[in-house]
Design a protein around this ligand. Structure first.
Ligand code: EPZ
Length: 420
């Protein structure tokens, strides 16, 4: 076990390069299972969730070859369906993409129930709705999900009851080789949905409309290998944008797609932060004081729920009373107890947090309660004079590539230390 120690109160100044997007990398890695050929995937972030996903495929018989730090060759020609390790599958939520990929390749799937961050109830009923519409019979016992298309898969129309990133991607995986045409309505529009569609199309798929709420999939008989580079991680970039503002620093964040950051940039400017956009970078600085704002998290292109805890930290340091409304997940405010330990003035009622800003927080020993909450605690520590300790940092390393190294290069006094 390790913890992070931060001696904060110093402005972050310098340049940070964003890594590949975790939430695009994971479905694309599992999407390689659909391809009985060699796929070369570039710009993979060096994070635990990628490592575990590659291990799951390797244990199933895939040939995995690391070409350089962020490039892997994945050949699933000899993969045995239904053989994923329950222990590994449970370590991340994205393992549920194995369901769509196995259904897409074999017409059936047998996968352990997914794990992932705990924000209250996280059902997969919309994923199942999609699989059943494609012709599968789906059975769930406590540990496993089993799906079988007894009479084969058949393209169909699916109207999701709610916008779901996971369900949209899982149905794309299941339908890309299904005979006929599948139309997904009320689809999620996140950039990583477009990235998965682009990967599958590079492999010979025929998917159109990704990035809108209606996605059309013309089933193809087979996919072939390809080389594909993952898009930059907009949530990682947004996290560092907020860290620059919270510490009163100046950061140039490179390898970004500014369009993906629009909702974050817009909110930061409302709070008095200066954001300059280039073709593939943003520069973030704070000259004056932070002023309050209100945020409601929404599916893309709205303000991302994965930026909610980080933005809440900034609100804790802004003049006035801010309001954070979480409309995507049931309970994504557990981290506020940790911020209150640092002196934050936060009142949570249902899915809304009322945050009264103050000039500074106090250093304390806190813990990461989930991935993005952990990143928020790092930002709080960086902005606070004195030494803040953060426990349970494995959760942070699931989704941030070299977070400590990237921050140290910009003047942060931050280090990891083993516990016990
Ligand atoms: C993905 O989770 C991401 N995870 C999450 O990122 C992200 O917060 C979320 O999308 C929203 O953008 C991965 O990509 C691995 P959803 P997912 O299906 O697919 C409900 C991070 O920090 N729902 O869009 O689980 C669900 O409970 C992680 O990187 C159903 O009710 O999100 C939630 O309230 C955290 N039934 C809402 O919809 C379903 O069948 C949105 O969930 C599916 C979802």
């Amino acid at each position: 076990m390790e913890k992070i120690l931060i001696d904060g109160g110093k402005p972050l100044v310098g340049e940070i390069e964003t890594s590949g997007m975790k939430n695009a990398a994971l479905p694309i890695i599992f999407g390689c299972l659909l391809v009985k050929d060699r796929c070369v995937i570039e710009n993979l972030p060096e994070i635990d969730d990628v490592e575990v996903s590659l291990q799951i495929l390797a244990d199933m018989g895939a040939r995995i070859e690391q070409i350089d730090r962020t490039t892997y060759a994945i050949d699933c020609t000899k993969v045995r369906g239904g053989s994923s390790s329950l222990e590994l599958v449970r370590r991340l939520r994205a393992s549920y993409y194995l369901l769509g990929a196995e259904i897409g390749r074999y017409g059936k799937a047998y996968v352990g129930s997914p794990g992932g961050c705990d924000f209250g109830c996280r059902p997969i009923d919309q994923h199942i709705k999609g699989f059943e519409a494609l012709g599968c019979t789906v059975r769930m016992d406590g540990n496993y999900v089993e799906a079988v298309a007894h009479s084969g898969l058949q393209g169909t129309n699916i109207f999701f009851d709610l916008v779901s990133v996971g369900a949209t991607m899982n149905v794309m995986l299941a339908a890309v080789c299904a005979p006929g045409v599948t139309v997904i309505e009320n689809a999620a529009r996140e950039p990583h949905i477009v990235d998965l569609a682009n990967f599958l199309n590079t492999c010979g798929g025929q998917i159109s409309g990704a990035g809108t709420d209606t996605i059309k999939i013309k089933g193809v008989t087979e996919l072939h290998g390809c080389s594909y580079a993952i898009i930059p991680d907009m949530i990682e970039a947004g996290t560092y944008m907020i860290a620059a503002a919270a510490t009163g620093g100046r950061l140039k964040i490179t390898n970004v797609i500014p369009k993906h950051l629009e909702s974050i940039t817009s909110k930061l400017c409302e709070m008095g932060v200066t954001v300059t956009e280039g073709d593939d970078f943003v520069e973030v600085s704070l000259e004056g004081k932070l002023t309050r704002t209100n945020v409601k998290t929404l599916p893309y292109p709205g303000f991302p729920t994965d930026m909610q805890p980080q933005m809440a930290v900034l609100m804790c340091l802004a003049d006035g009373i801010s309001k954070m409304h979480e409309s995507v997940f049931d309970n994504r405010f557990r981290y506020t107890e940790e911020l209150i330990r640092m002196g934050a003035l936060i009142k949570v009622s249902g899915k809304t947090a009322i945050i009264e800003g103050k000039p500074a927080l106090n250093p304390a020993r806190v813990r990461a309660v989930d991935l993005r909450a952990g990143a928020a605690m790092v930002i709080a520590g960086l902005a606070t004079k004195g030494v803040t300790e953060i426990d349970n940092i494995r959760l942070i390393e699931r989704g941030y590539d070299d977070l400590v190294g990237k921050l140290r290069n910009c003047g942060a006094d931050i280090r990891k230390e083993s516990v016990g």
